[in-house]
Structures are given as structure tokens and as C-alpha cells.
Design a protein around this ligand. Structure first.
Ligand SMILES: O=P(O)(O)OC[C@H]1O[C@H](OP(=O)(O)OP(=O)(O)O)[C@H](O)[C@@H]1O
Ligand SMILES: Nc1ncnc2[nH]cnc12
Length: 182
């Protein structure tokens, strides 16, 4: 026995995220404290710890990564769980036919879309992955969209929660894995 303290994937990931996340005031609009996780993504061990910790939210049949930062994490989580990844895209990026869901987020409005043909979502157990939970509008819209397509959403997994915006309340009891809660 070395006597070294063993640190689990979730604890190690949370330490890495706290150490590497850069907070920028008044971006992209006044009053927003923007959490920039780019240094986390760019650090190999931190990215591996974060992906492994998010993957504890499985099992599932499919991971849904939200455009765009959720893509960076979603495919890693999917590989970790041995399943595929569904890119949940912002409007205008996918060819028709699509299913769409519009929503408000901390600093604007947007629409998410998934293909209406070519990928069977009915009855599939889907895990939604994103980097940041702020108002919760984005994750809630992805969940609503996937459910409308017949998927069973098993949970959401995010890296960081922004304090004071009530993001987890709008998820209405959906199992949430959050590596750095508010
Ligand atoms: O909880 P909410 O208030 O909905 O905010 C969280 C969302 O905001 C950011 O995405 P953004 O739409 O800025 O897109 P990006 O990933 O393309 O930067 C972030 O990546 C989340 O998806
Ligand atoms: N404060 C914030 N930091 C990073 N991404 C966000 N998405 C919504 N609000 C955010």
C-alpha cells in the first residue's frame, strides 16, 4: 500500500474543471458571467477525467450531444459507453426533414433540431450531454425534442452548473449528473 489517497473519476474531474475553467464577466452580453471550458477541453488528462465522469450517467443506447460544445463531450462519452452519438443541432444545419424545438437560454433564443429520418429514436434510451447548465433552457429543449421523437431520455450529464439561474428546476426531476454543481 502506497498510502496515496485514491481520487475517483468524478472528484478528479471536478478538481480539473475548477482549476482550468476561465470565468469572463459581461460576455457575450452585459451581466453574464461566462464560464469558458476551453482550457478543460484542451487538457488531455482533464478531458479524459471529465468524459469518464460524465459516462457514469449511463447506461444508455445513444448519447445526444448538444451543438456545439456538447459535441466535444458527447462523442467521448459515447465511445466510453460503447454507443453512438446523436448531434442535436442548431437550426439550419441539418437537411430536411427535421424535428425542431425552440427555446430561450441565458443570453438569447435558439432552435434545436434532429433528423426526422434515418435514425430510429423511438424506444431508445438516450443520455443528453452538454458542457454548461445555466437556465436549463437548452437541455430542457433537447429533452422535449427527443421525447417528441419517441426516445426515453434517461438523464442529462453536464460539466458545470451556473449558480442562481434555476437550471436544474426546469429539468423537472430528470436524473442530472453535474460534475461541478452550483
Ligand atoms: O442552460 P442554458 O441557459 O440554456 O445555457 C446553456 C447552453 O448555453 C451554451 O450554448 P450556446 O447556445 O451558447 O452554444 P455553443 O455551444 O454553440 O457555444 C452551453 O453550451 C449550453 O448549451
Ligand atoms: N454563463 C454561461 N457560461 C457559459 N456558457 C453558458 N451558456 C449559458 N450561460 C452560460
Amino acid at each position: 500500500m502506497s498510502g496515496a489517497v485514491q481520487v475517483g473519476a468524478e472528484q478528479q474531474a471536478a478538481q480539473d474543471v475548477r482549476r482550468l475553467t476561465r470565468t469572463v464577466a459581461d460576455f457575450p452580453v452585459d451581466g453574464v458571467q461566462f464560464a469558458d471550458l476551453s482550457p478543460v477541453f484542451a487538457d488531455g488528462p482533464a478531458l479524459a477525467h471529465v468524459v469518464a465522469a460524465l459516462a457514469t450517467a449511463g447506461p444508455c443506447d445513444l448519447v445526444a450531444g448538444i451543438d456545439a460544445r456538447g459535441f466535444l463531450l458527447g462523442s467521448g462519452v459515447a465511445l466510453n459507453l460503447g454507443v453512438g452519438v446523436l448531434p442535436v443541432r442548431k437550426a439550419g444545419k441539418l437537411p430536411p426533414p427535421v424535428h425542431s424545438e425552440s427555446y430561450a437560454l441565458e443570453y438569447g433564443e435558439a432552435t434545436l433540431q434532429v433528423p426526422a429520418e434515418g435514425i430510429e429514436l423511438r424506444g431508445r434510451r438516450v443520455l443528453v450531454v452538454d458542457d454548461v447548465l445555466a437556465t436549463g433552457g437548452t437541455v430542457a429543449a433537447a429533452v422535449a425534442l427527443l421525447r417528441r421523437c419517441g426516445a426515453e431520455v434517461v438523464g442529462a450529464a453536464v460539466v458545470l452548473e451556473i449558480p442562481g439561474l434555476g437550471g436544474r428546476e426546469v429539468l423537472d426531476g430528470l436524473p442530472l449528473t453535474c460534475l461541478v454543481p452550483a
